[in-house]
Design a protein around this ligand. Structure first.
Ligand code: GRF
Length: 198
């Protein structure tokens, strides 16, 4: 039995693309049950559709409260077939509450463009440049109730070069994000298959 993933996105979806490609060419033995997005017109939705993966759009502005939006979001994830074993936040730009996390047994992971616990939150690459660090990178971590604070699963280091600006640093970190995310998911998939041998 293969690990079933839900991927939550808000934007351009290059991390999603890395996962789609890895599944398509057999480097990642998992099923992408669906992609759930909170922004109309996100490029990530096109990437999913092109790969033949089901999509759902759950925008906060369509709900009377944040709480109701989040319940609808969790319902959309839970309704995917097969039911996701792991929820992957890949450029998903909202904080999720403990109620959401509990519905998925804490099996929610996120990718962030810094070496956490340094530089959580928005504009992590700019924070790193402003602080003058010589090394930054990316982190995949479990999601908890804080902002980018959950237990760390994997990291990649990226040197900050003297001429770097936000764009150049972000681009080099992004390349590592794509590899790290697929590597971490492959680890989850291997453990899953081991634990669910028929
Ligand atoms: C990535 O840098 C990710 O680490 C952060 O948001 C960005 C999303 O990029 N959480 P993309 O949508 O996967 O291209």
């Amino acid at each position: 039995m293969k690990l079933a993933l839900a991927v939550l996105v808000s934007g351009r979806g290059t991390n999603l693309q890395a996962v789609l490609d890895a599944v398509a060419d057999g480097r990642l033995s998992a099923v992408i049950s669906g992609v759930v997005c909170d922004r109309r017109g996100a490029l990530a939705l096109e990437r999913a559709a092109k790969a033949g993966v089901p999509t759902a759009l759950v925008c906060m502005e369509d709900y009377p409260s944040r709480k109701e939006w989040e319940v609808a979001l969790a319902d959309a994830v839970e309704a995917l077939e097969p039911r996701p074993d792991l929820v992957v936040l890949a450029g998903f730009m909202r904080i999720l509450s403990p109620a959401f996390l509990e519905r998925f047994g804490g099996q929610v992971i996120n990718i962030h463009p810094s070496l956490l616990p340094a530089f959580p939150g928005l504009d992590a690459q700019k924070q790193a440049l402003d602080r003058g660090v010589k090394f930054s990178g990316c982190t995949v971590h479990y999601v908890d109730a804080g902002c980018d604070t959950g237990p760390i699963i994997g990291q990649r280091v990226v040197p900050v070069l003297p001429d770097d600006d936000v764009d150049s640093l972000s681009e080099r970190i992004l390349e590592q994000e794509h590899e790290l995310l697929v590597e971490v998911l492959s680890g989850f998939a291997a453990r899953w298959e081991e634990e669910h041998k028929e």
